[in-house]
Design a protein around this ligand. Structure first.
Ligand code: BMP
Length: 217
């Protein structure tokens, strides 16, 4: 499987800003302290999909469209993301194995599968099927899973299921999770958005989170 990012900081920037100027500015400012940039719908809709190409010149891009459709549509979404320079994609696990497999095959393994979501509502539905989704991610050959930094004990449990798959973990900072706790519980990377791009000094905020992350890896 192609290596999409090198773990130098243990941090993935969630770039949920809504202008391409701000996106480029933040990405350039924090590039030394993050290993990849995750792009979601807010920035894609605000700046257009070419923002994936622009940001991919600065850092590897993980395209987080949380793909959750039938296999044929999932394939098209993954193709379009890769064609614009994405190094990996994120899909939901709940649509089932054929849908996830479509993403994994089209991305040649560079797919992360969402298991249990990090927000309070994540406990309502996703928590009860997260173990099965994690097992499916392993079986179909995904690159990794997305697991909640807000519940480190769940990261530890999911690590027991996925073996050496990558675990990338959102929920640090604004959602109350702690980078060191998530990494000590078994995550490989933390995903951090607002705590970096809304900080007065985003570079310093990213530096501090990376320092904390590296001390826990
Ligand atoms: P923030 O650090 O600002 O809370 O941003 C978290 C990022 O991680 C957002 O882009 C969100 O879509 C994503 N995310 C999440 O918060 N929880 C999940 O369970 C899955 C996610 O992809």
């Amino acid at each position: 499987m192609a290596c999409i990012m090198e773990r130098r900081n243990g941090v993935i920037l969630a770039l949920d800003v809504t202008s391409s100027e701000k996106a480029m500015r933040v990405a350039e400012t924090v590039r030394d302290y993050v290993d990849a940039v995750k792009i979601n719908w807010p920035l894609t809709l605000a700046a257009g999909p070419q923002v994936i190409t622009e940001i991919s010149k600065v850092k590897p891009v993980i395209c987080d469209m949380k793909i959750a459709d039938i296999p044929s549509i999932n394939r098209l979404i993954v193709q379009e993301a890769l064609a614009r320079g994405a190094s990996a994609v994120i899909c939901h696990g709940f649509p089932g194995e054929d849908s996830v497999r479509a993403c994994v095959e089209t991305s040649k393994g560079s797919t992360y599968v969402v298991t249990e979501m990090s927000h309070p509502g994540g406990e309502q539905f996703t928590a009860s099927v997260a173990d099965e989704i994690a097992d499916m991610a392993r079986i179909v050959g995904a690159r990794g899973i997305v697991a909640p930094a807000t519940r480190p004990e769940r990261i530890a449990a999911l690590r027991g299921i996925v073996g050496d798959l990558e675990i990338i973990s959102p929920g640090v900072g604004a959602q109350g999770g702690k980078a060191s706790s998530a990494l000590e519980a078994g995550a490989d990377y933390v995903i951090v958005g607002r705590a970096i791009y809304q900080a007065e000094d985003p570079r310093e905020a990213a530096r501090k989170i990376s320092e904390e992350a590296l001390s826990a890896i």
